[in-house]
Unconditional design. Structure first.
Lengths: 69, 118
């Protein structure tokens, strides 16, 4: 394989890897390994957060309101 | 710790991505996506004395970039309990959070009520 073709192949592989990594980081919504999954809140599921909050009364608790971007 | 993500800025088109969620790696954290601002509205509605008032943190009437800290023993019944810290922006109140977590029992009992356990 000529040098030019090899260079294009390496570039194509790099682009494919970057695209895959980009999709994984910016196209999915996964929490860090070991952490509970992201929960989508709706009017009928706020009770979930309330229950989680009250399960932890032995601890100091913190609620943080954040924007993703 | 409960991290509630909500769409506030014009660039908040979708739930937080893996990249964003990875900024909070602590395994004790539960992260939520709240597109209808249910928790922000609940925090706003349940504000009452002696909870401190926030110095900031509203956009179009919705609370955001804010931390609410609750002592041991505080329970959420019909209303959220009174917070010992209720302020933001989050980046500016880090030291305040740390000092409240190690606050004296007298300070905590002021907010937690007679049934609180330290």
């Amino acid at each position: 394989m000529g040098l030019a073709k090899r260079g294009w192949l390496v570039l194509a592989i790099a682009v494919a890897l970057a695209a895959a990594l980009g999709r994984q980081q910016f196209g999915t919504h996964n929490t860090p390994t070991g952490q509970p999954a992201l929960l989508h809140l709706a009017p009928d599921s706020v009770e979930t957060l309330r229950a989680d909050f009250n399960k932890a009364t032995a601890d100091v608790r913190l609620i943080a309101l954040l924007s993703p971007t | 710790m409960f991290v509630v993500w909500e769409p506030i800025l014009s660039t908040d088109w979708s739930p937080p991505t893996t990249f964003v969620l990875g900024r909070i790696p602590d395994l004790r954290v539960q992260q939520y996506w709240d597109p209808e601002h249910l928790i922000a509205k609940k925090l706003a509605a349940d504000r009452r004395a002696p909870q401190p008032s926030e110095d900031c943190c509203e956009q179009d009437g919705i609370l955001w970039d804010l931390v609410a800290l609750y002592p041991k023993g505080a329970t959420w019944n019909d209303r959220l309990p009174v917070a010992v810290l209720f302020n933001g922006p989050v980046v500016d109140v880090k030291a305040d959070i740390e000092s409240r977590i190690v606050a004296s029992p007298a300070l905590i009992s002021r907010f937690a009520g007679p049934g609180a356990v330290y």
